[in-house]
Design a protein. Structure first.
Lengths: 150, 393
């Protein structure tokens, strides 16, 4: 593993704890959650609030759907050489009633996933440059399947 | 909005990757539409253009650009931008102008020249732009199409073979369409042999981007009668509603849906035709033919259900049974759809209306839907844009 410093690819989008959370906001008046954070105006048409509190979103949820990227995405994606396909999941958070996209941890394939599967948020490398490893959030099956286990 | 307007003429410039200036496609389509309408350019009182964001300033002011290219003749101009629904929004502007009595005849027009390769975001480090962020994280356009497709497989048991059948059907429809870019028949085996892009979607499940142009001449019903065209196809409804919060489906370019913690979740795609049906006073069971935005094969199945043409989860069975093929009970995308055209954004919603006009007139040749009386379009684009147009004979 690289000895370079590990820094978040997006500042303030997630906590760097051992059990990380996405950082969102919650409308102080109607309780609507936002990710990424919203702190100017509530988007609920029945709410005129401009007050928000920062919240850690649930770090587990259930798979809504999933896919993968077989081809290297265009810039600003920074791919390793050679490009390694990765899995993507849309995960439904029960309390927030929202679906959040993210890459799935390395070693878990489309064939390992099913709708409704329990997933948890982890931090993992997205890319690496000369000075640092850039971390992002990724989804990981809570009970890794036989094929997904590394 | 109440009241109908007449479609006097429609015209297109063939879709392709021609690499020419978009104005050329638009003018050609406009001249075809004027000839089809039997209306003189000088008699057009309002030019309603759909903008393109990829062709510089002339694209931002497309209505005026086309009016100048056709020869300034003192008409009023308008330009609309609404992503994939730009053409419908330009059509809605022209319809409003006519129904208000401010003009008798309008030209609605859209054309585009698309760059080669991936549609990528603007350069630079821009973490406040959701489109930049999702590409930085490796989330491309096919990601979203694939998530919807996989959701169908998980919920309804659809298969990749079902999706391939949509491609096979649309390729067969577009095979004889002179305006289609891809005029080649494909087998399910061809689709299965194409490269996987975003599982479960393969290259042949996903539409390309194209150059093309489409134009429509509309008028008041009184004007149509006056020139002996009282039997012209009519526009019965145009819906360009926004989503309603909380939007339930993960939409490009977002990384998350709205939270439905405080407000009920809504489906945007289902809302678009609902408003059109209500406005037209027409029921889904009256529909003879539909042109829907098949950005992917699987998305055509979602649209069939959003248009209430079948129960949720039943669309794949209809495709398997041949119901949605020309010759079946309810043909979908007789033009060949985006599968055969590729997307030319500001022209695409207008191309759907052109096809339905030909279908309702009985002029669609080998791809003619027998006895077509009511047609509906549907499309959806970025940032809460979408449309659904109902035509009737």
């Amino acid at each position: 593993m690289s000895t370079k410093p590990r820094v978040p690819v997006l500042e303030g989008w997630f906590t760097l704890e051992e059990k990380p959370h996405l950082i969102g906001t919650k409308c102080a008046k109607c309780g609507t959650y936002y990710f990424p954070r919203q702190s100017l105006f509530c988007k609920n048409p029945a709410c005129d609030s401009e007050q928000f509190e920062e919240v850690k979103l649930s770090r587990t949820g259930k798979v809504w759907s999933f896919t993968n990227a077989c081809y290297q995405p265009p810039e600003p994606y920074i791919a390793a050489e050679p490009f390694v396909p990765f899995t993507i999941a849309a995960v439904e958070l029960a309390q927030e009633k929202m679906i959040v996209l993210g890459q799935v941890v390395e070693g878990v394939n489309v064939s390992d996933l099913k709708a409704g599967m329990e997933m948890e948020l982890v931090l993992a490398p997205l890319s690496e440059d000369d000075s640092a490893v850039k971390l992002t959030w990724k989804w990981q099956p809570v009970v890794t399947t036989a094929r997904g286990a590394q | 909005m109440s009241g109908e307007v007449a479609i006097l003429g429609v015209g297109m410039h063939p879709w392709g990757k021609w690499g020419k200036n978009f104005v050329e496609y638009g003018v050609k389509a406009a001249r075809n539409a004027l000839a089809d309408a039997g209306v003189k350019w000088q008699d057009v009182g309002f030019v309603s253009g759909a903008a393109t964001m990829r062709c510089g300033y002339p694209g931002y002011v497309a209505g005026a650009t086309f009016a100048q290219a056709l020869g300034w003749q003192g008409a009023e101009v308008n330009t609309s931008y609404a992503a994939c629904a730009s053409g419908s929004q330009a059509l809605a502007a022209a319809r409003t102008k006519i129904l208000s009595g401010a003009c008798d005849v309008a030209l609605v027009i859209g054309a585009d020249t698309t760059p080669k390769g991936f549609l990528a975001p603007q350069k630079g480090e821009r973490p406040d732009d959701p489109d930049w962020v999702r590409f930085r994280l490796g989330i491309t356009n096919p990601t979203y199409f694939a998530l919807y497709a996989r959701r169908r497989m998980e919920m309804y048991g659809d298969t990749q073979d079902d999706f391939a059948l949509v491609k096979v059907k649309n390729a067969k429809h577009g095979f004889t369409n002179p305006n289609a870019r891809y005029r080649k028949e494909f087998s399910a085996a061809d689709v299965a042999a194409s490269a996987m892009v975003a599982d479960p979607l393969r290259l042949m499940d996903i539409c390309a981007t194209s150059d093309g142009g489409a134009a429509i001449i509309i008028s008041s019903v009184e004007y149509a009668k006056k020139i002996g065209r009282g039997d012209a196809v009519k526009i019965a409804a145009i819906s360009t509603v926004t989503p309603t919060f909380a939007s339930a489906v993960i939409e490009m370019p977002d990384l998350a849906t709205d939270s439905a913690a405080a407000m009920q979740a809504h489906s945007f795609r289902a809302a678009l035709p609902k408003k059109a049906y209500e406005e037209a006073g027409i029921s889904p069971k009256d529909v003879s033919v539909a042109e829907v935005y098949d950005l992917s094969t699987a998305l055509e199945l979602d649209w069939m259900e959003d248009l209430q043409l079948c129960e949720r989860g039943d669309a794949a069975r209809l495709v398997r049974d041949g119901v949605t093929s020309v010759g079946g009970r309810l043909p979908i995308n007789p033009s060949g759809g985006l599968a055969c055209f590729g997307e030319a954004v500001p022209a695409q919603a207008l191309a759907q209306v052109c096809e339905l006009t030909w279908q309702l007139r009985g002029q669609a040749g080998a791809r003619q839907v027998a006895n077509a009386k009511v047609g509906i379009t549907a499309n959806q684009g970025l940032f809460g844009h979408g449309s659904s147009v109902i035509l009737k004979r």
